[in-house]
Design a protein around this ligand. Structure first.
Ligand SMILES: [Zn+2]
Length: 209
């Protein structure tokens, strides 16, 4: 396995998320789903749960950073939309949390190998995320512990199975497709950086992430 980069399952970004995409003009926010999947790498921005870890009978949710109840005008604004798992989206409800596009969650939160999570230096942003989204719920902590241990074992002894858990989804969205074409796009250059396009170009898409 020499030289192989083995990604960890729970690593928050070390910088605020910078949006690569700028679709605009749809009135129904659900139209942005495929853009948000690509934008946030098929993961819940809050708890890092991945599409490929979930039974997809209940798909991931689209989260309104500024809740619909408070800012109706931002309901279909792409820059107000985040990608979140049903659990986080449900718990967040109408609260306003630290914005992953303004705050580096990797500076706010730390996840240990035994699944525990804590706010780095007791910072208020990290603590708010833990409290509001119950990221320290015992069941959630235990799930993380099992995932970390299982994936580490697979990485060492069953690489193909590790890949199945840590790969990109098979249905990468083709953002050039007619059905994904928004009325406007303020960042058309972002499409070339989408995972679908990277895969199409050949070896640019890593096997795991
Ligand atoms: Zn989540």
């Amino acid at each position: 396995m020499a030289g192989r980069v083995i990604p960890e399952p729970y690593v928050y970004p070390t910088a605020p998320h910078v949006r690569r995409h700028g679709p605009d003009g749809w009135k129904d926010y659900r139209r942005y789903r495929e853009w948000l999947r690509d934008e946030f790498s098929f993961r819940c921005v809050y708890c890092l749960e991945r599409e490929v870890w979930r039974e997809m009978r209940e798909p991931m949710h689209i989260d309104h950073f500024e809740p619909q109840a408070i800012r109706k005008d931002l309901k279909a604004e792409y820059t107000n939309l985040l990608y979140a798992c049903p659990a986080c989206n449900g718990l967040k409800s109408d609260t306003i949390l630290p914005d992953p596009c303004a705050v580096a969650l990797g500076n706010s939160l730390r996840i240990y190998e035994d699944g525990r999570i804590e706010a780095k230096n007791k910072n208020p942003e990290g603590q708010a995320l833990i409290d509001e989204l119950a990221l320290d719920d015992p069941l959630t902590v235990d799930r993380r512990r099992r995932m970390i241990g299982t994936l580490r074992t697979l990485a060492e002894f069953d690489w193909p199975m590790f890949v199945e858990w840590m790969r990109y989804p098979k249905d990468l969205p083709d953002l050039n497709d007619k059905k994904n074409k928004p009325p406007h796009n303020g960042k058309p250059e972002g499409v070339a950086q989408s995972y679908f396009e990277k895969k199409k170009r050949g070896d640019e898409l890593p096997e795991v992430y």
